[in-house]
Design a protein around this ligand. Sequence first.
Ligand code: UD1
Ligand code: MG
Length: 410
Amino acid sequence: MDNYKTWQIGFPICINVIMSIGAYILTTRLIPSLNNMFIKASLYGNDMNKRSTKKVPEALGVVSGCVFLITMFMFIPIPFSDYIFKNTDFPHNEFVDLLAALLSICCMVLLGFADDVLDLRWRHKLLLPTVATLPLLMVYYVNFNSTLIIIPKPLRLWLGFSKDLGIFYYLYMGMLAVFCTNAINILAGINGLEVGQSLIISISILIFNGIELTGDLWKAHKFSMYFLIPYTSTSMALLKYNWYPSQVFVGDTFCYLSGMTFAVVGIIGHFSKTTLLFFIPQILNFVYSVPQLFHLIPCPRHRLPKYNKEHDHLSPSVIIFNKSDISVLDIFVLARFIMQLLRFFCLVNWKEDNNNLITCNNLTLINFVLIMFGPMKECNLTKILMLFQIMWSVIAFVIRYPLASLFYDV
Ligand code: UD1
Ligand code: MG
């Protein structure tokens, strides 16, 4: 790496790290001092997996999110300082990328907070991230408009070397944002899980960016690091208070903010497929949840594990319904197929009694772990799920590096 490139990477990243340390300290101080304000504003919930019924302030993700955004706003001039001082050609494209990415994340924090305050319906939860990605997609259109994908080697005989997906590529990017935001939100409900999984994803992407800094696309990876370093530091501060036993809940604000940040860096940095590789546990949880999300079988408001007060441990929660409640509509064919597969491979606890009453566990990865390993304490459950996330990150790196050469010319 030549000296100028080292300087172009090293200088903004060093400033970014210093600012992120400041952001961490600020967030750790702000959260406890704002707790009461949230409770007064009726923004609180009950920890359903505890004996006490103490009010726990909700949506504190808005604090870490705002500190993250303020840090990013103050950071805006840093990557461009060379051009400002030397009066050379200003890279307008890079500047617009940065602003659009911030605008999308900012929108998502606002919409996430609205969701926490107003408790929106599921159809809105799908609509909000779509709206928030529009500025980003517009900038993508103006700056890159590259909708070409390289076909994996084994399929090239039939599909050729590359394919232009056109509008479908934009649809894919919009759906990526919807998926990332909601996938984190539905793998939730035990202390520390929302932030824990998001931190593992962000650190994994940061490692990936660090490796790729030596490659040709170093600018895109440097751009991603600008966002992920302060995101990681502010989320670490939040985890300090959200870890078992939680003093605060992070709310949908945090889930949306996280999902959008990952989608934004993946889209602008052109590594959305790799981003998805770090989401494998969330994809598994989503696929497992499909029969409930598509209402083939009933989906209660909360699918948290069942809390046993006496032993202070969690066991799988169940839903009980009548056989006639199973939806018969054909649009649920995918959900039905997944449900049959799950039952065939004994991945659900499904019991039918003589009165046609069916008992089935709530279809979440959290409950699945409890079925596999038996009842356990909440903090152990979070740790197992985080280990699972780390394990998949390691597998993602294996897929991305050694295995990718089987499919692409890397
Ligand atoms: C999603 C899940 C829901 C799960 C909920 C938990 C789906 C379709 N939705 O709904 O099943 O129950 O997240 O966040 O899968 N809570 C705890 N302990 C925690 C975290 C949350 O008890 O560690 C409870 C608190 O009462 C808190 C509430 O969950 O107030 C927050 O739920 P919310 O984020 O509003 O639920 P959804 O995101 O709609
Ligand atoms: Mg939620």
